[in-house]
Design a protein around this ligand. Structure first.
Ligand code: 3HC
Length: 691
């Protein structure tokens, strides 16, 4: 074995030259890795004893992409393009040996090898789209040449990590080798192709699938149409599509030129900057300054959930999906039966769409058992309480859990608003109590707000954060305060939306501005979807609010065909003259002169107070860092990913501008707009939240 540099070495294994990369954590294509590849390939080509070349990685994965931390910096080391040219034009067969994930630039390197082998557990993908980018190392031109335009469209615009057996089926991988025996398997494969005299297959020379796609130009228009909603606002999916069109319609080198140009447009644009920021923000959120990485974890091999309603059922599915058995507790048999049957229906719906198999449905249902007896929770490692939001009920449950659960069990509450310190105070083990705030629908929404109470222990925090990842959630740790971080900031936007309505803006104006900003829907459309009657009691309703009047008219939202909006039979929303009149009557009664409110004011009024509240949250130490707030808002509240999150966006807008506006609002409308002291300090010191 010869060391090529600090991250690569070269070994001659009989008649095969093996280049091994070892650059933890994910063998990203840093300057060192690119140099290692360039020198390694040169060495193998010069080695008369080597008849073929294998590229394999140490550690958890094959190359997982370009090194994102290098983006925007001065270029160093060998250029990836040159490395790829050397490999693709090599006079000896080059074989990529894939385990873990071959992603982005990693797959693009593999695509310049003549052959690719993988272990069955490996995955391949071009996930650049998630970073607001497109594959910039020839992937947009090479992938479609192997898998065809349609599959390339799907893979590149979804960023999916495709399992190796599927890659084999679509020709992206040439052979699967035995799990755990990648190196030997790849060397044996290399020998086989030499022995069989197989050609040096250059992906760029494959044109059959491109010719086939040329006679179906409609696939692009159809694909754009089918995905218009999903791609709304994002640049990267469209830029990826254009590259695939270029692959179909242009010679390889010209296609590459299109790819390079479009890649640079994205790379230097604001969307990718926001999306790359988000990638690191999500990972940063797992780092808790006073909870070291080596904090002992509590094994969680079984979970109890109290409450089989929408929330409890959704939470249960997360654990069953991850193979963790769940005991679901309800007070009445019919509620339990209903809860279990909703879970089954959800799984069956996923199965009917091909997301899981019928056997998966049974396996997951088999992991969920129901009980009416809380004593069934005695052996579980973690309990999550998901009953409705009443302190007395929660306290009663936690008192009983304290008596029932084994020592060391984690006692979690899914409360979205109540004081977790108060809940913990009824137990003799407040260190075991934590908030796990799931978002509805809990089996779908990515965010988990992990709420640390005064006495929550470090192992309980560390375990909850790790568990979140295991069940596919993106977690952020927050402190106890009304609404925690997400809902507390939401409260600002909701207040402004309501206030603006009393000043002359109509619900559909406010919704439109926020929708155009990139939210999936505005607050009024959201209320209609959720139901205006949540928390509304007919007997107590005295027409004192717009909501009261709407509900009294049986305009209780989408489910009754009318709410703030009117709905047609397809649930398409239309501005409602009835609602408009109700609002106008309220405004007239309040003595306010309605005025014309610009879109700009709507946006500033709804969003600047959110940034300001974020600053207050940081000031109070209820979030560890500004990027955690952004993680919460992107993953739980639909903040458009390509705008980074409220704090990142606030920085883009300019904190001085936001501060000036907050002061203006305060002078006009009072102290709810009082600027956060931290905002003042940051402006005075010329600092930003996220840079
Ligand atoms: N560059 C730099 N650092 C990277 C990286 C990359 N491409 N991918 C992962 N990392 C870092 C993470 O930041 C993290 O660092 P930390 O421990 O300091 O927080 C560490 O590697 C481990 O990452 P994860 O916590 O995400 O580990 P997982 O095991 O959960 O996931 C993974 C591994 C699936 C590889 C995941 O990290 C991932 O999806 N990475 C990004 C893959 C990607 O987007 N590749 C394309 C890059 S762009 C590109 O290639 C452009 C090209 O076309 C020219």
């Amino acid at each position: 074995m010869t060391a090529i540099n600090t991250v690569a070495d070269y070994t001659l294994e009989g008649d095969v030259g093996v280049i091994t990369l070892n650059s933890p954590p994910v063998n990203a294509l840093s300057a060192g890795v690119r140099d290692g590849l360039a020198l390694g390939v040169a060495q193998a080509l010069a080695d008369p004893a080597a008849r073929a070349i294998v590229i394999v990685c140490e550690g958890r994965t094959f190359i997982a992409g370009a090194d994102i931390t290098e983006f925007g910096g001065a270029s160093k080391g060998a250029s990836l393009h040159d490395v790829q040219n050397a490999m693709e034009n090599a006079t000896k067969p080059v074989v990529a040996a894939i385990h873990g994930t071959a992603l982005g630039g990693g797959l693009e390197v593999a695509l310049t090898c003549h052959y690719r082998v993988a272990v069955p557990s490996a995955r391949c993908g071009l996930p650049e789209v998630a970073l607001g980018l497109l594959p910039g190392a020839g992937g947009t031109q090479r992938l479609p040449r192997i898998v065809g335009a349609e599959k390339a469209l799907e893979m590149m615009t979804s960023g999916a990590h495709v399992p190796a057996p599927q890659c084999l089926a679509m020709g992206l991988v040439d052979e699967l080798v035995e799990e755990g025996k990648l190196r030997e398997g790849a060397i044996a494969f290399a020998r086989k192709i030499v022995a069989e005299g197989r050609p040096l297959k250059r992906v760029q020379d494959l044109n059959e699938k491109m010719e086939a796609a040329r006679s179906h130009p409609e696939i692009f228009a159809n694909f754009r149409k089918a995905n218009a909603r999903k791609f709304r606002g994002f640049m990267a999916p469209e830029w990826n599509i254009r590259c695939i069109e270029a692959a179909v319609n242009l010679p390889f080198e010209e296609g590459l030129a299109v790819e390079r140009k479009l890649f640079m447009e994205l790379m230097t644009g604001p969307q990718s900057a926001a999306q790359r920021y988000s990638f690191f923000a999500e990972r940063q959120a797992n780092k808790i300054p006073d909870v070291p990485d080596d904090t002992a974890l509590i094994p969680v091999n079984s979970v109890g959930i109290i409450g089989a309603g929408t929330m409890g059922g959704g939470i249960a599915m997360n654990f069953a999906n991850a193979g963790i058995p769940v005991t679901l507790i309800e007070v009445k048999q019919d509620a339990l039966d209903r809860g279990l049957s909703v879970i089954r229906k959800n799984y069956e719906r996923t199965a009917s769409r091909g997301g899981i198999t019928a056997a998966d449905v049974e396996k997951r249902m088999g992991l969920i058992s129901g009980s009416l007896d809380m004593n069934a929770l005695a052996p579980v490692d973690m309990v999550i309480e998901a009953v409705f939001e009443r302190m007395d009920i929660k306290k009663d449950i936690f008192t009983r859990l304290d008596a029932i659960c084994k020592p060391g069990a984690i006692l979690a509450t899914n409360t979205s608003a109540l004081n977790i310190d108060e809940i913990a105070s009824v137990t003799r083990r407040p260190e075991a109590v934590i908030g796990l705030h799931f978002f509805s629908p809990a089996n779908v929404m990515k965010l988990l707000e992990v709420v640390r109470a005064d006495h929550t222990s470090k192992p309980v925090i560390a375990t909850s954060m790790k568990l979140a990842k295991k069940i596919g959630k993106i977690a952020a740790l927050v402190g106890v305060c009304p609404g925690f971080v997400g809902n507390r900031i939401l409260g600002q936007r909701q207040r402004e939306a309501q206030k603006l309505m009393f000043e002359g803006a109509m619900p559909w104006d406010i919704d439109r501005v926020l929708y155009d900003f990139g939210f999936p829907m505005g607050p009024f459309a959201m209320s209609d979807l959720a139901g205006l009657d949540i928390g509304w009691v007919k007997e107590n309703s005295k027409g004192e609010t717009i909501r009261d009047v709407l509900c009294e008219l049986d305009r209780r939202g989408q489910k009754t065909g009318a709410g703030y909006y009117d709905y047609d039979e397809n649930r398409v929303a239309y501005p409602s003259p009835v609602t408009e009149q109700i609002i106008k009557d309220f405004v007239a009664k309040s003595g306010v002169n309605p005025r014309t409110i610009t879109d700009e004011e709507i946006l500033e009024r709804c969003l600047y107070p959110m940034v300001n509240e974020g600053a207050k949250i940081l000031e109070e130490g209820k979030a560890i860092r500004a990027s955690d707030i952004d993680v919460i808002w992107q993953n739980g509240y639909g903040w458009p990913v390509y705008r980074g999150g409220p704090m990142f966006w606030g920085d883009q807008v300019g904190l001085a501008k936001i501060l000036a506006k907050m002061k203006e609002f305060q002078a006009q409308m009072g102290d709810v707009y009082k600027p956060a002291a931290l905002l003042e300090t940051m402006v005075a010191e010329g600092k930003s939240f996220t840079r």
